[in-house]
Every structure is written in structure tokens, then in C-alpha cells.
Design a protein around this ligand. Sequence first.
Ligand code: HEM
Length: 197
Amino acid sequence: MSIAGAQSPSPLADRPTGYGLVTRTLHWGMALLFAWQFAGAMLHALAERTPVERFVWATHYSVGVTLWALVLARGAWGLANLGSRPRHEGPPLLARAATLGHLALYALMVVVPTLAILRAAGNGRGFSVYGLQLVAPGGEPNAALVAPGNVLHGFLGWTLLVLVAGHVAVALWHARVRRDGTLRRMTHGPEESRLIG
Ligand code: HEM
């Protein structure tokens, strides 16, 4: 049963006319954290060992693990609200492309940090998040945990950045060119609550 199907719909839940508070908070909060994470990755690739790179890159593990936890929460919340979310605007082909694009975004948001976490847990160097040691250093590296991250984490991380850039471009196209309510549903929430508020 959908959460928004209850008698008096909660402002937290999604509705067909817009996203609720939980989805919007997760969406924009994660957008900020991803901007920070990608800024750090770019500095790491282009300006390694500069003071600004050291500062931002020092948070890469902790912000990455936070994003990993948030995307799992967001996926669970999305599934709980699946029946009451807004439908994609536009012709069927475009709506299908939007569904596939969002699935790819979710898949990469889960896979990219998961590969890095498994690598960090298995490389024998120890693994701390926000100063809390989750895995102590020592022991032989576990190749099965380390190799997939070595091969794919950076590559899929950049692929995710390309998809995010496409996602932003399409959202702006909806707002500026098609002038439909797609972006507004994520910025302002359901129409009914806009009328009340
Ligand atoms: C959604 C979260 C994450 C994103 C988007 C992300 C993105 C990236 C990107 C784009 C790079 C390539 C940087 C370069 O080419 O120099 C990278 C590298 C790296 N990341 Fe992440 N990362 C995330 C989470 C994590 C986590 C959770 C960890 C550790 C537990 C981690 C550890 C590393 C390490 C050690 C590198 C350097 C080695 C390599 O390129 O694989 N990342 N990350």
C-alpha cells in the first residue's frame, strides 16, 4: 500500500503531484554531498598534494560512506512511495528514457561507494570513517575485495558524474524549454501543499 494513499496524506510522503519532504531533503542534501565528493575527486585527479586537495580529499571516505548510507535509505523510501510518485512527463519514449536514466543513477550511486568500501575493508591498511576505526590495519590484502574497486571505482565514479551532469541538464530543459512542472515537483513539493502553504 502506498504511504500517500492514507486518508490524510502526510507532508513527508510523495504524491503524484510532487515529492514529499523526505524525498526532497534526501535529494538536495545528497546533491550537495555529491558536489563536494566530485570536487574532491577532480582535485585529486588534477591538483594532487595541494593544500585544497588535501583538505577536500581528507573527507572522501567519510562523505562517500555517508552517501552510501543515504542512497540505501533513499532507495527504500522510493520503493515505499513507488505507487504515489509523480509520473515522468512527455512522450512514452522520453518517459522510458527517464526511468532508465534514474535506474542507472541509483545503480551507480550504490555500486561506486560499495566497491570502495569493500576495497578499504580488505586492503589491510585499515578503514576509518569520521575518525572511527571500522577495520583495524594489518593482515594480508584480500584480492577478491580489492581488485574490483581498483578496476572500477574511479571509472564508474566518473561515469556517475557524466550521468549526474545529464540529469541536471534534462531537469533544466524541463524547466526552461518544456516549461512543465518536473523540476518544481522536486523544489516545491506537491501542488496541494503549495496551495495550502
Ligand atoms: C558515492 C561516493 C563516491 C564517489 C562518487 C567517488 C568518486 C570517486 C572518483 C571519481 C574517483 C577517481 C579520482 C581520480 O581519478 O583521481 C575516486 C577515487 C577514489 N575513491 Fe572514491 N568515491 C566515492 C566513495 C568512496 C568511498 C566510500 C571510498 C572509501 C571507502 C572511496 C575511496 C577512493 C579512493 C581510495 C580513490 C583513489 C583510488 C581510485 O581511483 O580508485 N571513495 N572516487
